[in-house]
Structures are given as structure tokens and as C-alpha cells.
Design a protein around this ligand. Structure first.
Ligand SMILES: Cc1cc2nc3c(=O)[nH]c(=O)nc-3n(C[C@H](O)[C@H](O)[C@H](O)COP(=O)(O)OP(=O)(O)OC[C@H]3O[C@@H](n4cnc5c(N)ncnc54)[C@H](O)[C@@H]3O)c2cc1C
Length: 361
């Protein structure tokens, strides 16, 4: 009977949380709590800025893949041993909790508002002759690549505070990305910050920390987003966060010492680089482990998650990419063939039980 089924509450409907919600919806009473009504593929957002129609396939309403779960569109703001509290005042009881709140990002609540936002950003790019990108991590590099390939006549300037690009992976990948961007006439300025204090809309002169001035028609902030765990600091999990605000988990992905709370994705302290495909693998481990507990099997049937070596592909426009593999770092069309054409969108849609493309009625 429905009321006898265990209640599994998942916080965050991103890359990791959506997998758990979808996989468990017929095994438990599942509630997904997400601050927005839709799932989005984060690494496809840069393409959606240069080609807004791309987002039609990458923004997926939670209801489209969750046919047998409750969906609560609100932020989780507190948890107790038995309940989740949301910003809109709801109290949601749980038997098992999965925290997958990833990165704190203020994006619109509805899919249509998010589509409008991409259209707006696209207009901004199209109407500018020169564009300043602030930040040389994966977001800044991928956006610079998208604009340089789709709008080769625009002047693109990328400013990064560090001494090299792509600091989340090895130096070779950063150097190769720099070489590629330069070959596309992107001006890259390292070791300086753009001063945005007192910056007003319509202003076109930017000043940097070393006194340089840069002229650009518009700018995009591409800095890494903080983890969405600050809200846990005054909860029962306050002692389960490390000094960087990451949730400490054991090898079964349970929050240390707790039998019924799991954490997955970018927010954990697992010693590996934060990647969506790893977040999905962690989600699969939690799905298995929750099924083991829910169906009363022995704990030895639970799966263990092992950290992975640093593999990453950063796309450089539509056909090329730079890839860091275990013993090799390459740029060009081979890694581009893997990621840059469709940005894993078709694959992600299929994993969610959806068609590769949108089927129009
Ligand atoms: C430019 C770029 C390129 C990338 N390329 C790749 C790639 O090629 N391959 C790859 O595997 N990974 C890639 N990544 C990394 C990948 O996007 C992340 O590792 C992945 O999204 C992490 O998944 P997550 O579920 O932990 O968090 P997210 O996907 O960020 O999801 C978090 C969810 O939680 C929600 N949320 C946050 N706070 C709350 C709250 N308090 N209450 C309720 N809901 C909340 C958010 O709305 C969101 O839906 C890339 C990232 C970037 C920025």
C-alpha cells in the first residue's frame, strides 16, 4: 500500500538528484525538492547563449521524467532528523534523505523564463561588437569558444585572475586551451581581475587590478559558483561539513555516521574533480543502496563508491575540445567529436527516458 512505502526525499533536481528521483519513483514514495520546476544540463548553457533554441532540449520539466513522484518547487532551508523545511513554509517528512544541491545559482523558477533568459543573453551577444568574459575556468573558456566560433567577427577578451586557464585540471590542458583561444583571436589576459565596483550599465570601459583599461560593449561573469550547502550550517548536519563547506560522506555515500541521509554530486568531500558524469555514478550507487535498505536486504549488499582520476573534456566551440585523460591531454576534433557537437544532450535525455529530440505534438 502507498502509505506503507518508505518516504525518500531528494533535495536538488540537478544532474545527480534527478537520477535518484527517476530511478526510485516506483520503489518508494519519492518527493523531489528543487528550487526550479525543471532540470537543466549545466554544460549546455553556454551553447544556449549563442543558440537559444538549443535550450529547448536541455531544459526539461521535472514532470516530464517524474510520473510517479511529488515535486516541490521551493528551496530547502533546514532539515531535522525527520523533516525538511522549505522556503515556502512546507514541512516534508522523510524516512531517507538524499542531498544533491550542487551549486548555488539564482536561475528562474520556470522553464519559459529560463528560455527567455537565454534569448536575452543571445541578443546581448549579437548586438555587441566586443565582449568581455570574466573568468578563465570551464564556463569562461567554453563561452569564449562558443562566441569565437559562432561570431568570429566579434572581439572577445577573456580576463582571468589566475596564472593559467582551467585551473581545475592540469596545466597542459590550460595551455592547450590558451593556444586554441589565441588561434581564434580571443585576447586572454591572465593574473588580473576586472574591477566591477561602481560599474554601471552602459559603461564600456573596464579597469583591471593591474591598472589596464579594457573597452567592451558588454560583459559576462563566468566565475565558479559556490556550493549550495551554506543553508546546512545551522542544521543537524552542521558538524558534517568540512572547512570548505563540503558534506563529509562515507564510502557508501551516507553522511558520516548516519544511516538514512546520503549526499551526492558536487557538494561532497569525495577527493575527485567535480563532474556531472561522476555525480551520476554516485547517484546510481545511492539508488542501489537505498533499494537494499528499503527492501530489507543485508548491508553487505550495499555498493561502495571509489573516487576516480581527473578526466574532463572542455569544449572549444562546436567541433573541438581539450580533453584531460589519465595519461594524455589532447585538443582538437577527437575530443570535440565526443562532447562538442551535441554536448551529451541526446544521451542525457535518453537516460531520463525521453526521446533524443523533442517530439512536437
Ligand atoms: C561550463 C561547465 C562545463 C561542464 N562540463 C561537464 C562535462 O562535460 N561533463 C561532466 O560530467 N560535467 C561537466 N560539468 C560539471 C557538472 O555540471 C557538475 O559536476 C554537475 O552539474 C553536478 O551535479 P549536481 O547534481 O551535484 O549539481 P547541479 O547539477 O548543480 O544541481 C543542483 C540542483 O540543486 C538545486 N538546488 C540548489 N540549492 C537548493 C536548495 N537549497 N533546495 C532545493 N534545491 C536546490 C539547483 O536548483 C539544482 O537543480 C561542467 C560544469 C560547467 C560549469
Amino acid at each position: 500500500m502507498e502509505k506503507d512505502r518508505k518516504r525518500v526525499v531528494i533535495l536538488g533536481g540537478g544532474v545527480a538528484g534527478s537520477v535518484v528521483a527517476r530511478s526510485l519513483q516506483f520503489h518508494a514514495r519519492v518527493t523531489l525538492v528543487d528550487s526550479k520546476e525543471y532540470f537543466e544540463i549545466p554544460w549546455a548553457n553556454l551553447r544556449s547563449m549563442v543558440e537559444p533554441s538549443f535550450a529547448e532540449r536541455t531544459l526539461i520539466n521535472h514532470r516530464d521524467y517524474l510520473t510517479n513522484a511529488d515535486i516541490v518547487t521551493s528551496e530547502a532551508v533546514n532539515i531535522t532528523e525527520t523533516e525538511v523545511l522549505t522556503a515556502d513554509g512546507r514541512r516534508i517528512g522523510y524516512d531517507y534523505l538524499v542531498i544533491a544541491t550542487g551549486r548555488a545559482d539564482s536561475v528562474p523558477k520556470t522553464r519559459s523564463e529560463r528560455l527567455n533568459q537565454f534569448n536575452e543573453e543571445n541578443r546581448k551577444i549579437k548586438s555587441a561588437r566586443s565582449i568581455l568574459i570574466i573568468g578563465g575556468g570551464p564556463t569562461g573558456v567554453e563561452l569564449a569558444g562558443e562566441i569565437a566560433v559562432d561570431f568570429p567577427d566579434k572581439k572577445v577578451i577573456l580576463v582571468h585572475k589566475g596564472s593559467r586557464l582551467l585551473e581545475f585540471i592540469g596545466a597542459k590542458a590550460g595551455h592547450k586551451a590558451l593556444k586554441w583561444l589565441k588561434s581564434k583571436n580571443v585576447v586572454v589576459k591572465l593574473d588580473q581581475r576586472v574591477n566591477l565596483n561602481g560599474f554601471t550599465d552602459g559603461q564600456k570601459i573596464y579597469r583591471t587590478s593591474i591598472g589596464e583599461t579594457i573597452e567592451a560593449d558588454c560583459h559576462f561573469l563566468c566565475m565558479g559558483k559556490p556550493l549550495s550547502t551554506a543553508w546546512l550550517k545551522e542544521t543537524v548536519l552542521e558538524n558534517d561539513l568540512d572547512s570548505q563547506g563540503r558534506i563529509k560522506v562515507d564510502e557508501k555515500l551516507r553522511v558520516n555516521g548516519r544511516g538514512n541521509i546520503f549526499a551526492i554530486g558536487d557538494i561532497t568531500n569525495i577527493p575527485e574533480i567535480k563532474q556531472g558524469f561522476l555525480a551520476q555514478q554516485q547517484a546510481e550507487v545511492v539508488v542501489n543502496n537505498l533499494k537494499v535498505i528499503i527492501h530489507g536486504a543485508r548491508e553487505c549488499k550495499m555498493e561502495t563508491y571509489k573516487p576516480h582520476s581527473a578526466i574532463a573534456i572542455v569544449s572549444l566551440g562546436r567541433k573541438e575540445a581539450v580533453a584531460q585523460l589519465p595519461f594524455w591531454t589532447i585538443t582538437g576534433r577527437i575530443p570535440g567529436f565526443i562532447k562538442s557537437g551535441d554536448l551529451f544532450v541526446g544521451r542525457t535525455r535518453r537516460q531520463m527516458g525521453l526521446s533524443y529530440d523533442i517530439v512536437k505534438a
